[in-house]
Design a protein around this ligand. Structure first.
Ligand SMILES: Cc1cc2nc3c(=O)[nH]c(=O)nc-3n(C[C@H](O)[C@H](O)[C@H](O)COP(=O)(O)O)c2cc1C
Length: 422
């Protein structure tokens, strides 16, 4: 039974199964994906075959299962490479603690890791393990590394574990994993033909050759926005300030670690951009003078004169009709979020502004999750809960696409649509 209406119809999904007690749940996952119309292949680690036989998956998918790395497929091609190259998406479920560590380290010693490493398809990882393993710093670090690769993590749930204890570590429900795979394809191609520029991270304003004035921005929100735009088919330029995560694959990254460098990079790319999302935390001030040599401690204090940096968002906002991209800014505020965000939106000629609170009990800076409110000229547009940053990015693109299409219908020229908007 196939579901032609599902975004999975005709998609090639490779499910990688590893040696968890939850491996049997991959059987229902594979069946669900196939029912939604996906063409499903299965790769297994050796440990996984101790829990479920390859025969089970082969009889469900009617396709050979790859459980050895040193193997050719029926066409005499290297089996794991064939799977990797043909995949539209990879789903690693259940993913053991060991598999997470191997993926994070870039190892390729079994059919699942070799296939995942060889592929350029988006990867969804659904871990399952004992609560102690899941909360170990090594696992947390590995998960963080995988997020940095752009992999989507479907978090394990709280429940009864194989150990007999109750805790976090239970494989997410098959429906939840299937929904994550569907959402990968639900918006595919939506931004095809558009150039999206995203700025991310913080800036560092040099005081002397070793010191700088900076901020705590990690770049995670901007990177999630860039990844989501890439996965919707946009050509993406990431203007990257100082970031604690790597630039994602498949985007053009331009390094810009000072406000001045960021201004140059943004103004250079803005005229060819259809949509510009300014998620970077650009310093408002910079030292008036930068010392060429390291400033020495001499027992006295140090006074640093600061000057205002150029307001990059406002400069883009003032660009001429026909050149100015659809413009989304960010406001990080400790107080009066709504009033501050709305006045920033109006003063700087933004189409939308994303407000997040900083410095309070919840601090968006550097964290994995974010709670944002998006404002248009008419006021707040969203009431979203706290969400992982990738999910914030997906919701943000849903909203941006609606607004962008309304402001600039595909048939109309930029000039005429802009005239309508103003
Ligand atoms: C009965 C049993 C259940 C296990 N369940 C899990 C599990 O849920 N998660 C996990 O990370 N490891 C689990 N392990 C340990 C893994 O099987 C072991 O680390 C193995 O090396 C994983 O190999 P793989 O990642 O190549 O599949 C289990 C082991 C046994 C014997």
């Amino acid at each position: 039974m196939s579901d032609e209406g599902s975004p999975l119809a005709g998609r090639r999904v490779v499910v990688g199964v590893s040696g968890s007690i939850a491996a049997y749940k991959a059987v229902s996952l594979v069946r669900l994906l196939a029912e939604r119309g996906a063409v499903v292949d299965v790769a297994m680690t050796t440990a996984a075959t101790a829990f479920v036989t390859p025969l089970t998956f082969a009889s469900l998918t009617h396709r050979p299962v790859v459980s050895e790395v040193m193997a050719l497929d029926p066409d005499e091609q290297i089996a794991h490479v064939e799977l990797a190259e043909g995949a539209d998406a990879i789903v690693l479920a259940p993913a053991t603690a060991n598999l997470l560590a191997e993926l994070a380290a870039g190892l390729a010693g079994n059919a699942v890791t070799a296939m995942a490493l060889a592929s350029r398809a988006p990867v969804i990882v659904a871990p399952a393990m004992d609560a102690g393993m899941w909360t170990h710093p090594a696992t947390l670090r590995n998960v963080e590394t995988l997020r940095g690769f752009g992999h989507i993590i479907v978090e394990p749930e709280v429940g009864a574990l194989a150990s007999g204890l109750t805790g976090v570590g239970r494989l997410a429900e098959s429906d939840t994993i299937v929904a994550a795979v569907e959402s990968l394809f639900a918006h595919a191609g939506e931004l095809e033909g558009l150039h999206v520029v995203v700025s991310a991270g913080g800036t560092r304003e040099p005081i002397d050759p070793v010191r700088f004035l900076g901020n705590r921005s990690s770049g995670k929100m901007g990177v999630a926005i860039a990844e989501a735009a890439r996965d919707r088919g946009a050509t993406v330029t990431l203007v990257a300030g100082s970031m604690s995560v790597p630039a994602p694959r498949g985007v053009t990254a331009v390094e810009a670690t000072t406000a001045a460098a960021m201004r140059t990079a943004v103004l250079r790319s803005a005229p060819s951009a259809d949509i510009l999302v300014m998620a970077a935390a650009v310093a408002d001030f910079a030292p008036k003078r930068t010392s060429n040599s390291k400033i020495k401690r001499d027992g006295a204090g140090l006074q640093i004169d600061l000057v205002a940096n150029p307001d990059i968002v406002a400069e883009v906002g003032e660009m001429a009709d026909g050149v100015r991209p659809f413009l989304i800014g960010f406001a990080a505020e400790t107080d009066d979020l709504e009033a501050n965000a709305l006045s920033k939106l109006r003063d700087k000629g933004l189409d939308l502004i994303v407000g997040n609170r900083v410095g309070g009990p919840f601090d968006a800076i550097g964290s994995e999750d974010n709670k944002v409110t998006v404002f248009g000229a008419e006021g707040p547009l969203t009431d979203w809960p706290m969400l992982p940053k990738r999910q914030v990015a997906e919701r943000l693109w849903d909203l941006i696409v609606d607004r962008y299409r309304a402001a600039r219908p595909p048939a109309g020229s930029r000039r005429s649509t802009r005239a309508r908007r103003r």
